[in-house]
Design a protein around this ligand. Structure first.
Ligand SMILES: Nc1ncnc2c1ncn2[C@@H]1O[C@H](COP(=O)(O)OP(=O)(O)OP(=O)(O)O)[C@@H](O)[C@H]1O
Ligand SMILES: Nc1ccn([C@@H]2O[C@H](COP(=O)(O)O)[C@@H](O)[C@H]2O)c(=O)n1
Length: 194
């Protein structure tokens, strides 16, 4: 059986950075599941139809990392039928050998609840806003408002709300640089994998 690492957490907490680094470290495949929702939101039209008909081209759009694409993604992500349309792709990805790292909001709770390693990555709102502002060359105060709005929507929705799995290891990256955060995640995986 392939080894699955599930990584969840609020916006800009550092999930993707950790997921990319540990997939390289272990030679695993990596899926940024947020990209599926960003591409669905950016496609426009009926969101359920957009999710069902996503193509590789949709996922390669250059504007998907923008704050606007993040907000649009979190709106359509609350629709249960949109989420249902994206489940199969994520399940098939999680079967890839020798292992897969998936990061998102519901990986440890809904998509891969049997994953042997579940990480839940957090950081203070202010730290996350500052990091995102630097990344997008944007105003930290505006980023703070947007992150909080997105986290609230993601946590309060009925369908697969953002929350840690009961057996998730919490990693707070507020006072960690990227190397420390990645080393902490690798140590958590090695505790299980040996
Ligand atoms: N430990 C860290 N120290 C400093 N900067 C970090 C750290 N972790 C991530 N970053 C930076 O913070 C920003 C957000 O990180 P990242 O994209 O990994 O978060 P994310 O949780 O995947 O976000 P999203 O859910 O919005 O996709 C990036 O610019 C990244 O380089
Ligand atoms: N498993 C997931 C992943 C993402 N979402 C929604 O998409 C938005 C964008 O995700 P990023 O990780 O790229 O920031 C996010 O705010 C969620 O609304 C999701 O619901 N489930």
């Amino acid at each position: 059986m392939p080894f699955v690492i599930a990584i969840d957490g609020p916006a800009a907490s550092g999930k993707g950075t950790i997921a990319r680094a540990i997939s390289d470290h272990f030679g695993f495949h990596h899926l940024d599941t947020g990209l599926l929702y960003r591409a669905t939101g950016a496609k426009g039209g009926d969101p359920v139809e957009a999710a069902r008909s996503l193509t590789a081209e949709d996922l390669a759009r250059p504007d998907l990392r923008s704050a606007e694409a993040g907000q649009a993604a979190s709106r359509i992500a609350a629709i249960a039928d949109v989420r249902a349309a994206l489940v199969d792709f994520q399940h098939r990805f999680a079967l890839r050998e020798p292992g897969a790292v998936l990061d998102g909001r519901d990986i440890g709770t809904v998509i891969c609840p049997q994953a042997p390693v579940k990480l839940y990555v957090v950081a203070s709102d202010e730290v996350r806003a500052a990091r995102r502002a630097q990344e997008l060359n944007a105003d930290p105060a505006e980023m703070l408002v947007q992150l909080r709005e997105r986290d609230r929507r993601d946590s309060e929705r009925a369908a697969a709300p953002l929350r840690p799995a009961d057996d998730a290891v919490i990693i707070d990256t507020s006072n960690m640089d990227i190397d420390e955060a990645v080393a902490t995640a690798i140590a958590a995986v090695e505790r299980v994998r040996g």
